[in-house]
Design a protein around this ligand. Structure first.
Ligand SMILES: Cc1cc2nc3c(=O)[nH]c(=O)nc-3n(C[C@H](O)[C@H](O)[C@H](O)COP(=O)(O)OP(=O)(O)OC[C@H]3O[C@@H](n4cnc5c(N)ncnc54)[C@H](O)[C@@H]3O)c2cc1C
Length: 426
């Protein structure tokens, strides 16, 4: 199906002009599906800061992660995962007033019944995530952007392998399937690293993108071809008016739109609040280091679960990513996290050649670890798609598909009910 005829599958048309706020992976994918459906889309994106999570992520299409991180199991393991105990979980002391209220809401969302409902809801999206990506890549005429080769999880000791395998065996994984890692794959992996790899498992029906930067650029080019204009400015406030919305921004005069989609990652919270929607979003910050590691020629992402470390190869470059650090998006990065990443790689005998880049960015996370996708019940014409936490890359294509369908045909809105932002209103 080509770029121009995607809308042939859906009835109606969004018609009126739409301002889409945020050109991360979620905003771009949504803007594309809306523009293909005949909408007059204008993108607002603040490109003045550091690259967003959509560029810095690990590139993993993680369809197996159907259980929200707000779960009894994640809560039980939190102590062992703390940063100062060698794990990846950190709380910025200076940002206590940000993460404490979030932690309280998170604890409530970890109740078994809430987690079970969340698993159902996330499964409903993740089951179609890979096929939605494949469809999007085909529509962009760039099928190579999506690689459905699965991924690998390994452990470095017998004890952690036994515990890890037991945990995965009990955990719902949607349409993904687990197989033992074949002896030859294990030995190939062992040859790449100097530490001991005890054992591993292989997941299929998961994958990776060829490179997050290529995906973003391909979406931007497709939007450009469809005549979508991107305005590099920060939206400071959105005001509901009788005709629609007035979009105020840092660099431009106020502009009027009949409809608005808020998809600005962690920046969505402030805009939603000004429109009366309680939005307890937090920056769940992650870090990566990236460069050329000649020894690393793995063709799928590899998760070193004992280290909470994922290594993905994008073309000639290899990216190692980790950490969940709760705080404010604007707080400075902690260089200790990059040092820890380098130490992991050193212990694994993986050496960079040439320049190495370091990055920190924020996952947009809501306390129940479900995204917010839907239509405002307070302001007709206002839609939202944000809060995709660890799964924004994975879920971008399916989010865009579902949102555009629901925009065109309200009968599809029912399916978005679990992601309604009003769940935080009480
Ligand atoms: C280390 C790390 C590894 C990750 N790995 C994976 C992975 O392997 N797989 C996966 O699925 N997910 C992964 N994620 C999560 C994923 O990257 C995010 O969920 C996703 O990028 C969120 O996309 P987004 O478009 O919602 O937000 P963002 O990428 O944050 O983009 C939002 C955009 O909106 C703009 N914006 C915000 N507010 C405003 C405003 N007021 N006005 C104008 N513009 C605005 C921002 O400038 C930005 O350009 C990872 C995240 C991290 C940090």
């Amino acid at each position: 199906m080509g770029l121009m005829n995607w809308h042939a599958n859906v009835s109606g048309s969004p018609g009126k002009p739409i301002a889409v706020v945020g050109a991360g992976i979620v905003g771009l994918a949504c803007a594309l599906r809306l523009a293909q459906s005949g909408a007059a889309v204008t993108l607002f994106n603040d490109a003045s800061g550091a690259p967003p999570a959509s560029l810095g992520n690990a590139g993993h299409i993680a369809t197996e992660q159907v259980v929200p991180i707000a779960s009894p199991a994640a809560l039980r393991s939190a102590w062992d995962r703390l940063y100062w105990r060698g794990g990846a979980l950190a709380f910025r002391p200076g940002d206590l007033t940000t993460w404490l209220p979030f932690a309280w809401r998170y604890l409530r969302a970890c109740r078994p019944a809430t987690c079970e409902a969340g698993t159902q809801a996330l499964s409903g999206l993740l089951d179609d995530a890979l096929s939605a990506w494949a469809q999007l890549a085909r529509d962009l005429h760039m099928p190579h952007l999506v690689q459905d080769h699965g991924h690998v999880v390994v452990w470095e000791s017998a004890a952690t392998a036994a515990a890890g395998q037991r945990q995965w065996a009990q955990t719902p994984i949607g349409r993904a399937r687990i197989m033992p890692l074949q002896a030859e794959d294990l030995s190939a992996l062992q040859k790449r690293v100097s530490g001991d790899i005890h054992s591993g498992i292989y997941f299929n029906n998961t994958g990776q993108v060829s490179d997050p930067i290529d995906v973003i650029n391909s979406l931007k080019q497709a939007l450009h071809r469809l005549g979508v204009v991107t305005l590099d400015t920060q939206v400071t406030r959105i005001e509901a008016s009788r005709e629609g919305f007035v979009v105020h921004s840092s660099k431009l005069a106020a502009q009027h739109y009949a409809q608005v989609l808020i998809s600005g990652g962690v920046g969505s919270g402030a805009l939603m609040q000004t429109l009366g929607h309680r939005t307890p979003i937090i920056a769940e910050r992650g870090y990566h280091v990236e460069g050329v590691i000649p020894a690393w020629d793995a063709t799928t992402p590899v998760v070193f679960e004992d280290r909470s470390l994922i290594i993905t190869r994008f073309g000639q470059r290899t990216r190692a990513a980790s950490f969940v650090e709760f705080g404010r998006a604007s707080s400075p990065p902690d260089p200790g996290k990059w040092r820890r990443l380098h130490r992991h790689l050193q212990e694994l005998g993986l050496r960079f050649e040439g320049p190495v880049s370091q990055w920190m960015g924020a996952r947009p996370t809501l306390p129940d670890y479900l995204p917010a996708i839907g239509f405002s019940r307070r302001h007709p014409g206002l839609a939202y798609a944000f809060g995709h936490q660890h799964l924004g890359l994975t879920l971008a294509a399916v989010t865009a598909q579902r949102l555009a369908l629901a925009w065109l045909d309200p009968a599809h809105r029912e399916g978005l009910k679990p992601f309604d932002i009003e769940r935080f209103a009480g």
